[in-house]
Design a protein around this ligand. Structure first.
Ligand SMILES: *[C@@H]1O[C@H](CO)[C@@H](O)[C@H](O)[C@H]1NC(C)=O
Ligand SMILES: *[C@@H]1O[C@H](CO)[C@@H](O)[C@H](O)[C@H]1NC(C)=O
Ligand SMILES: *[C@@H]1O[C@H](CO)[C@@H](O)[C@H](O)[C@H]1NC(C)=O
Ligand SMILES: *[C@@H]1O[C@H](CO)[C@@H](O)[C@H](O)[C@H]1NC(C)=O
Ligand SMILES: *[C@@H]1O[C@H](CO)[C@@H](O)[C@H](O)[C@H]1NC(C)=O
Length: 523
């Protein structure tokens, strides 16, 4: 089809005119950007369950199929929905059609940035170049739509106090996505975290994400909340206690999932309480889990091809949603009260997360590193065997340059590079330590000699800038008013040897690089 210039102009005018206003965060609330009145989340989770999926190949992006959006949006509207949460998007697909349909229906999107096989892992957390790429790909695709409300940098990554060391990696992801949008000149779309409801960590976790400077802290906090089951009350459900606990939180908090199904059908009587004066000073609504009826029995509707059948849960939620009249705060009133700043929780037995954050992953650093190595992992070695190789080489040399520890807050300069790059770095380091004796680059045939190719001047400046960043701003921390002995002590204990080993490495590297360029010249 061909458009004349006039019809194109009319089209773009029309889409500007119909677009919903963007929504911003101020203090602990969301506000419409056009009139400054408060925005509450009346959300529904909208994606077939991805939790059982191991590979990206199988997930269905709910916003990439116009027909299914057309099929479902009328039902979402019937529930007075104004937000859908989606858990995994395919950034290669176009989302234009669904985003427009949602916009027309006054529905915003809050999207997780991770996917089933690309996320920050509870038991082995890291913030890598791979994840950085995945997260920014989703942002590049979604930032163009005014009806994107926010992004989650992680979902239930921290499950209890034993894995609170994952928190710095999630917070670094939040920091870097905010920085990325700012560098790109994108709208500053809010970025937050969606937590589980663990009694041991929930308050520390919320405070941890909310503390620190604006360019570091989370913009909002979600908690997946299943405390109200069947008929309950503000007092007996646990909502009253939770509301007290989060009453001082300086960023918006909402239920990033809710809807206990221990009693079925669900009556959704919690809706009236969630949007009542008992809670609206502290909470910004919530997202019902979930639209699709599946094996886990959390659906509002069952879908069969083009046919949608509403379930009792749907009708109950609809009638509860029809009754709410939450009071609306004005952003102009909020300015008067001022933003409260929150101290980061001190690291201790119940919360072992450093306020020092991992460095921003840099492709330049990893590429330069790779190009500078003279002994690397052989291409024939399966990545399944990397674990054994890491173990054996780390038995021989110090591996802190590639390790990251969210408890102590010490992060190696190359900790964000790929497993292959990190392993090659270590094999090379061992090899250099043996004065470049050829037999030292072997590891039973797993290591092989390579010709370092990087141009000395460009790479050495990239690497030394990164090194400076790692020791100064790479460890950019939240402000900790109550920094404890264990926290600051760890940072001081770790820093000097860390810097020392890098300096030695750079000297070695520079020598290696100049030798490399010399031999290039000779050729
Ligand atoms: C502010 O704008 C929103 C979105 O356009 C609208 O729903 C709301 O009613 C408005 N609030 C006031 C007080 O006009
Ligand atoms: C994402 O979409 C692209 C283009 O449609 C497709 O080739 C790719 O397989 C999709 N990826 C996933 C994980 O579904
Ligand atoms: C903490 O979470 C991990 C991972 O989810 C789990 O395996 C472990 O049992 C939990 N520990 C406690 C004390 O709850
Ligand atoms: C909230 O702040 C007030 C005033 O500083 C304090 O008295 C109260 O204990 C705090 N509540 C919580 C749950 O931290
Ligand atoms: C991380 O640091 C903590 C505190 O310094 C230490 O107890 C822990 O053993 C370290 N973890 C690893 C895997 O080295």
């Amino acid at each position: 089809m061909r458009f004349s210039v006039t019809s194109l102009a009319l089209l773009s005018l029309a889409s500007v005119a119909l677009s919903v206003p963007t929504v911003d965060v101020y203090d602990n609330k969301f506000y419409y950007s056009d009139n400054g009145s408060q925005f509450y989340i009346r959300g529904v989770a909208y994606q077939k369950d991805t939790s059982g999926l191991k590979t990206d190949a199988k997930f269905v992006d709910p916003l990439a199929d116009e027909d299914s959006c057309k099929r479902d949006i009328p039902y979402l509207k019937e529930l007075n929905t104004n937000v859908v949460r989606v858990y995994a998007l395919n950034s290669s697909d176009s989302h234009d059609a669904c985003m427009k349909l949602l916009d027309d229906a006054g529905i915003y999107v809050i999207a997780d940035l991770s996917s089933p096989d690309e996320s920050i892992i509870t038991t082995n957390p890291s913030w890598t170049l791979d994840l950085y790429q995945r997260y920014t790909d989703v942002i590049d695709e979604m930032q163009q739509y005014d009806n994107v409300l926010g992004f989650f940098a992680g979902n239930e990554v921290i499950t209890n106090k034993t894995n609170a060391d994952a928190a710095p990696f999630i917070k670094a992801a939040i920091r870097d996505m905010k920085g990325y949008m700012s560098d790109k000149g994108y709208r500053g779309i809010p970025v937050g975290y969606s937590a589980n409801d663990d009694s041991g960590t929930r308050v520390n976790s919320a405070d941890y994400f909310a503390c620190g400077d604006d360019d570091i802290k989370a913009d909002f906090y979600g908690i997946n909340m299943y405390e109200w089951c069947g008929s309950s009350t503000f007092e007996t459900s646990g909502y009253e206690e939770r509301t007290k606990e989060f009453s001082n939180l300086s960023i918006p908090i909402f239920f990033s999932e809710y809807g206990c199904n221990e009693v079925s059908p669900r009556k959704f009587t919690e809706v009236a309480t969630l949007f009542s004066d008992k809670m609206t000073d502290v909470w910004t609504g919530g997202i019902v889990y979930m639209y699709f009826e599946e094996a886990n029995n959390y659906g509002l509707v069952s879908v069969d091809g083009d046919t949608v059948s509403t379930l009792d849960d749907f009708n109950n939620l609809k009638s509860e949603m029809g009754e709410i009249h939450p009071t609306s705060a004005k952003q102009s009133d909020a300015s008067a009260s001022g933003t409260s700043s929150l101290a980061c929780p001190s690291a201790g037995s119940n919360w072992g997360a450093a306020t020092n954050l991992p460095p921003k992953p840099s492709k330049d650093v990893c590429d330069c590193l790779e190009d500078s190595l003279k002994c690397v992992v052989d291409n024939d070695v399966s990545s399944k065997d990397y674990g054994d190789l890491f173990a054996s080489v780390c038995g021989l040399i110090d591996c802190s340059d590639i390790n990251a520890n969210g408890t102590s807050g010490s992060y190696g300069l190359f900790s964000f590079c790929s497993p292959k790059q990190k392993l090659s770095y270590l094999l090379n380091k061992y090899y250099e330590g043996q004065k470049g004796d050829k037999s030292a680059c072997d590891f039973s045939g797993s290591a092989t000699l390579a010709s370092a190719t990087s141009a000395a001047s460009t790479c050495s400046s990239v690497l030394s800038a990164a090194s400076a960043g790692a020791t100064v701003s790479g460890s950019k921390s939240g402000t900790s008013a109550t920094s404890t002995k264990s926290n600051s002590g760890a940072a001081h204990a770790v820093a000097p040897p860390f810097v020392g080993s890098l300096e030695v490495y750079f000297l070695t590297l520079l020598v290696a690089l100049s030798l490399g360029s010399a031999s290039l010249v000779m050729m």
